[in-house]
Design a binder for this molecule. Structure first.
Ligand code: FPP
Length: 244
């Protein structure tokens, strides 16, 4: 059962889990004749604000796409800039998370990340694991196909070890091997900046999710835009393949 909340005088169902593709940082910077990394920096500040706003609206789970397995193709300068931004973010986040009772997790393949970033992720996850406020997840070096590939490798090893038989593999067993094994599937997916693609984001988990697209560039995204997305979500009738 969805949480209901009065928002600007209107009673609305609040999606439990919102997943966001934060797109448009580069264009935001370009419009201002500034380097792309200035856009990412502005985007990172919006992430911090969004964690507070989402939780105040009653959203329990928020998952953001910070860096995809394909983003390594960008210039060295841009990749270094984003990684440095994440380094600082992960460091500062520990204090903010304990203040806001926020649990932080990171999904994606960590093997390609710098060791100091992996250390910071581990520390952040360890220190926030018991917080029951916003359950915030950062997708970092994440790709939906890569996540499924890794799950298949795990299941293949279980088969080889004689723990399971191939015919017994169920959807739940696949879900349990994904990085998101302990998260509910998203109810609402938001993509900013006018692009209508999934870009390899949570491809298994978004099977029944409502999608909301907006032309707003991520650094300009505010709580008012989030409320607009929630109002859109309330106008949709979710049938999960059935008939109502
Ligand atoms: C997409 O915009 C954005 C990214 C690939 C990076 C997102 C990263 C952040 C918002 C900052 C760090 C994140 C956290 C969790 C602190 P784009 O560069 O593709 O924009 P464009 O399409 O306009 O070029």
């Amino acid at each position: 059962m969805d949480l209901k909340k009065l928002i600007d005088g209107e009673e609305l169902n609040i999606p439990k889990h919102v997943a966001i593709i934060m797109d448009g940082n580069g264009r935001w910077a370009k419009k201002r004749l500034m380097p792309r990394n200035v856009g990412h920096k502005a985007g990172a500040r919006v992430v911090e604000q969004m964690c507070e706003d989402a939780y105040n609206l009653g959203i329990k789970y928020l998952t953001v796409y910070a860096f995809s397995t394909e983003n390594w193709k960008r210039s060295v300068e841009e990749v270094t800039g984003i990684m440095n931004l994440l380094r600082n973010y992960l460091k500062d986040c520990i204090e903010r998370a304990s203040k806001n009772n926020m649990r932080v997790r990171v999904i994606g393949d960590r093997t390609a990340l710098a060791p100091d970033i992996v250390d910071r992720i581990n520390e952040l996850e360890r220190k926030t694991k018991d917080y029951d406020g916003l359950q915030f997840t950062i997708a970092l070096n994440y790709g939906g196909r890569d996540e499924l590939r890794r799950a298949v490798v795990c299941l293949a090893k279980d088969v080889k070890a004689g723990l399971i038989s191939p015919d017994d593999i169920s959807e739940d067993m696949i879900s349990d091997k994904l990085d998101t094994f302990d998260l509910p599937d998203p109810d609402l997916m938001i993509r900013t900046s006018g692009e209508y693609r999934l870009s390899n984001y949570l491809i298994w988990q978004l099977a029944y999710t409502e999608f909301y697209f907006t032309d707003v560039l991520w650094p300009d995204f505010t709580v008012e835009h989030l409320k607009e997305a929630i109002r859109y979500f309330n106008g949709r009738e979710r049938r999960y393949g059935g008939v109502k």
